[in-house]
Write a protein that binds this ligand. Sequence first.
Ligand SMILES: Cc1ncc(COP(=O)(O)O)c(C=O)c1O
Ligand SMILES: *[C@@H]1O[C@H](CO)[C@@H](O)[C@H](O)[C@H]1NC(C)=O
Ligand SMILES: *[C@@H]1O[C@H](CO)[C@@H](O)[C@H](O)[C@H]1NC(C)=O
Length: 487
Amino acid sequence: MVRLPYLTALTTLFSYGLLFAFGQLRDFFRKLIDWPKSKNLKGYAPICLGLEDFYTRRLYLRIQDCFGRPIASAPDAWIDVVERYSNDNNKTLLRTSNTTKCLNLGSYNYLGFAAADEYCTPRVIESLKKYSPSTCSVRVDGGTTKLHTELEELVARFVGKPAAILFGMGYVTNSAIIPALVGKGGLIISDSLNHNSIVNGARGSGATVRVFQHNNPSHLEEVLREQIAEGQPRTHRPWKKIIVIVEGIYSMEGELCKLPEIIAVCKKYKAYTYLDEAHSIGAIGKSGRGVCELLGVDPADVDIMMGTFTKSFGSCGGYIAASKEIIQYLKYTCPAHLYATSMSPPAVQQVISAIKVILGEDGSNRGAQKLARIRENSNFFRSELQKMGFEVLGDNDSPVMPIMLYNPAKIPAFSRECLRQNVAIVTVAFPATPLLLARARICISASHTREDLIKGLEVISKVGDLVGIKYFPVEPPKHEQDQKKLE
Ligand SMILES: Cc1ncc(COP(=O)(O)O)c(C=O)c1O
Ligand SMILES: *[C@@H]1O[C@H](CO)[C@@H](O)[C@H](O)[C@H]1NC(C)=O
Ligand SMILES: *[C@@H]1O[C@H](CO)[C@@H](O)[C@H](O)[C@H]1NC(C)=O
């Protein structure tokens, strides 16, 4: 839960108000100046308009140096960030040939597989030589290699489902599968903070979409009961099917899904569950099997398990794991399976190798070590940040930990100052978060050493003091205070 302090809310609103007012004023004058030119449109309506565009021009562009910074290395514990400069107040940013080595607290490299790995990398190189970067074909034509079928079997076994299907992109896995599963006459009930790929998949499906309060099983039950009583719009016929969509770890909140409670509600009302494990698969659970394993949920109770290979496995693509019947149905009907070029073979090999390491099937215990490491690292970093007085969102064991910034001026200040001290941090603002709830998002990796984490904490603490984001200073324990007085 966000604990937005009252005064901060006011100043944040004031800042946005000010930016908005000045932006509008400047837009007004620009329109006056550009008025003679507007005849050039020759009857066409302008293609880019609206408040989002206003936001881009008047807010985002002012701090665009904090986003999309080019990288010149693998996203390991340390990365090379390309230095840029600008001759026009950051309107255009030009690359130099110099790079800065920075501690990487921003990539989803949870298990450290995204950089060279003694087991994965040689196998990926071999598969690149054998299969080339692309199959140049869709799955149902020439795009199914031995590797693709091997990975489908391996993923199914790993997550504990009878079958699985692969897609070239995690985003597409949601946005193309949801419309294949449910359409007109169906009902989707979606967590209010679900990822954009789910939102767009649900919108594109033609089903009725209802949203329940983030991670709130009792509100989910309320919405379900109400919708089942109402039935389909106008006709009030019963829904053809109901699917409840949630995520394992919410990527902007670092929170774990209340899966056991949500499944209990879904079972009671005979709704299917769809679980997006993009950030949780591989990263949490004793053997890396995600939120089901961590929270003691039987995978048989989750109807559709979705995940991506872009985080813990250091590759690209996504999967759906479900019953044989559902997977077969998707293979016959899903356009992203029938009409999109299949996953790149070396990317498939990377996932196969990474899962084998996680399962200990490479003949070492490196997988178990990585899993222990990510948990220790995450819990250490989170508790240290909390002790420093930052407002940190999310749950223990989650490697994602947002630090609340709120004020728009603090976004570039925090990002630039951390970078100056060689710590690369991702800041997130509207539209990825609500306007007032801008944050920095730390992602911890198993490849971080304790020294790395301590360096990161030192810099974040210093910059936090400078920028003024230690919103909840922690009082030292009473006996320490007394001791100080005595001294
Ligand atoms: C919850 C969730 N689902 C899906 C995706 C999309 O996956 P990909 O980035 O692999 O396309 C993401 C990406 O960050 C995500 O966080
Ligand atoms: C441009 O970006 C740099 C950091 O990359 C920053 O120090 C500077 O203040 C920015 N300039 C403006 C006008 O915003
Ligand atoms: C690269 O870094 C060196 C040493 O810090 C500096 O002298 C040089 O000007 C930089 N080059 C560019 C293009 O910024």
